[in-house]
Design a protein around this ligand. Sequence first.
Ligand code: PLP
Length: 377
Amino acid sequence: MPIYLDNAATTQVCPEAARAALEVMTEGFGNPSARYPLGQRAAQRLEEDRAAVAAALGCRPEELFFTSCGTEGDNWAIQAAVRHGRRRGKHIITTVVEHSAVLEPIKALEGQGYTVTRLKCDRTGHVSPEDLRAALREDTVLVSMMLVNNETGALQPVQECCRIVKEYSPDILFHTDAVQAFLKVPFTPAELGVDLLTISGHKIHAPKGIGAQYIRAGLKTEPLLRGGGQEKNLRPGTEPTAQIAALAAACQVWSGKAAENRARMEAVKEATLHELTAKVPGLEIVSRGDAPHVCAVSLPGYPSEMLVRALADQGICVSSGSACHKGKPSHVFAALGLPKRTLMGVLRISFSPESTVAEGAALAQALGEIRSSRMGI
Ligand code: PLP
């Protein structure tokens, strides 16, 4: 097994989640819409799994809808919010550091006549609540602001921003992409005050292909897809019961020891940053990350892609930024206003509760050797 320090890209499925999926695939495989006992048992299991995920998120089961991934959840939230606000206007506020699962659907709406304000961030990747206040308009229908950034680990002031928005007008919907925040930082949707919130299974040791959407009780929304009546007519498609069971199992494992896991990841991250600074001359810390599992460093003059490949040759997996931006400098690091040489040498390092101080030290050792064996540019 490689040394895997790219847990913001995806995580290894935990044994409990794999076992739950296997059980549902091979034994409890009925269609929850079927009327015979095998189907009815699947329907009952589905509701138990929904309750488990809702408990981990801190919402009511009726407020949780299963989706295929974070990207679907983000797209759905944005579409639902603009339809909800169609009589109010056509102005959307978001931030320059969102994931492309938010930026791209909003860009598409811009092409259809919506006006978009993209809040800038400071050198640490944080947006300012005062900038948000200044951007609000009579025709604003949606604010979409992520909770934790996938590249810097920066935690945005979503609770404060949501309060500002709701004071301005309760009719403006607030969506947060909590894909990197779920179980990594403590929050509940109600504490944040958001209307819509998106999570994804594969960032928390469940399989790829499953996510969930929080929709505040009482909020009337429209579906993204049209089809059968599953998920109270809001998300048609036969429920992927095996992935849902796996997501529920991962939530149960994680939420039981969330505080302990956060402390472990924070400690390994700090030790890794310390080793990197000691072993790699010229290394800069780009972001220590507010969230415990993500940080970013740079080796100015050494292109990220080359570093990622050289580390991979030594069995170490890290990323040059979001896994969704292969080859191009990330828009997030560009938004921090880094000098070009720093920007081109960025590495994102991301941890799981299973990551160890020894793995961080191995990364520092390997990067130090790469640094001394190759010429920078
Ligand atoms: N939002 C953020 C912040 C992410 O990090 C990711 C995945 O990298 C997504 C959305 C997309 O989630 P998914 O891969 O489940 O579509």
